[in-house]
Design a protein around this ligand. Structure first.
Ligand SMILES: [Zn+2]
Length: 306
């Protein structure tokens, strides 16, 4: 699933290539993309200029000069490709389809053409993503209503106390707590695994049993993991295999490889219904906590974030 680093990369690509551009045409190939939209078509955006692009958690908001905002969520498998004249196309989000497969392609659900020849493609293999167009105020309220916690990176409200209070009332595994967008916004499977490995905490540890003196290291590890992902424009993971850059990711999608810190073999288990990677030596299971089941082998035809 595109996580904060991937969605922030989309935001930066849009800001760089589309800000100040005017929408000249669009093609909505999958009408259900707008299934929950206050406005049922993008016609009101024709001839309008993109003036701002924001991100909150994994929601992108494209603000136009007529006070309308187009909000988008890539969910499991969305990706955004922007093709600008005389530039190589930029892709961010889910790695499939590959850029080499060309655009538009069979997963393309929305195409937006801008007056300078720049084209925006929204692709989504699994079709769980959504877009909503409405007055800026209504869209902002909708995003507020999602109750996101502070951002895991670049947010001064993300302090130790957020985790201390959030964990105190959650008995679920710490991994599940960190995936809860109402606690910290933007974290998904990859970066939670990386943060827990960095902080040397077993993902099955009940949130309310994480020792208080480990919280500062965990909070720093969350921000570190998101920052590493952002530097790479999103970690490269294809068909559940990581292609690390400068050792990141260290454990996620690296089952059977060696832990970079201790040399032990990285294992894959199932925590919070997600494929979870950890080092059994760096991240020992706390006493009294039941070991998680092995991840099992599930046949896959496409890469999805399990
Ligand atoms: Zn280790």
């Amino acid at each position: 699933m595109p996580e904060l680093p991937e969605v922030e990369t989309m935001r930066r690509n849009i800001e760089r290539l589309l800000l100040g551009r005017t929408l000249s045409a669009y093609e909505l190939r999958l009408p259900k993309l707008l299934r929950e939209s206050p406005m049922a078509s993008l016609d009101p955006l024709l001839g309008r200029t993109l003036v701002r692009v924001r991100r909150r958690a994994k929601v992108l908001s494209l603000e136009f000069d007529n006070d309308l905002t187009l909000a988008m969520h890539c969910k499991l498998s969305g990706q955004i490709v922007i093709s600008a004249p005389a530039l190589d196309p930029l892709m961010a989000g889910h790695p499939i389809p590959k850029l080499d497969d060309g655009n538009p392609n069979r997963t393309t659900h929305l195409i937006m053409d801008f007056t300078d020849g720049t084209v925006f493609y929204y692709n989504d293999l699994r079709q769980f993503g959504w877009a909503r167009l409405g007055p800026a105020e209504a869209i902002n309220e909708m995003v507020l209503g999602m109750g996101f916690g502070p951002e895991g990176i670049g947010d001064e409200q993300f302090v130790d106390q957020v985790l201390i209070e959030g964990f105190a009332r959650r008995r679920i595994p710490v991994k599940a707590a960190l995936l809860d967008q109402q606690l910290v916004a933007g974290l998904g499977n990859i970066y939670v695994d990386e943060a827990l490995h960095k902080a040397r905490i077993h993902p099955s540890t009940p949130a309310n049993q994480v020792p208080l003196d480990r919280i500062p290291a965990l909070r720093e590890a969350v921000t570190w993991a998101l920052d590493e992902g952002l530097k790479q424009g999103g970690a490269r993971i294809v068909n559940l295999k990581a292609y690390p850059i400068d050792g990141f990711p260290a454990v996620h999608a690296r089952e059977g490889e060696r832990c970079p810190d201790c040399g032990a073999t990285i294992i894959k288990v199932r925590v919070a219904q997600r494929g979870t990677y950890l080092c059994p030596v760096c991240q020992p299971l706390p006493e009294g906590v039941a070991p998680p089941p092995p991840a099992g082998q599930r046949k896959k035809t496409v890469d999805t974030d399990e």
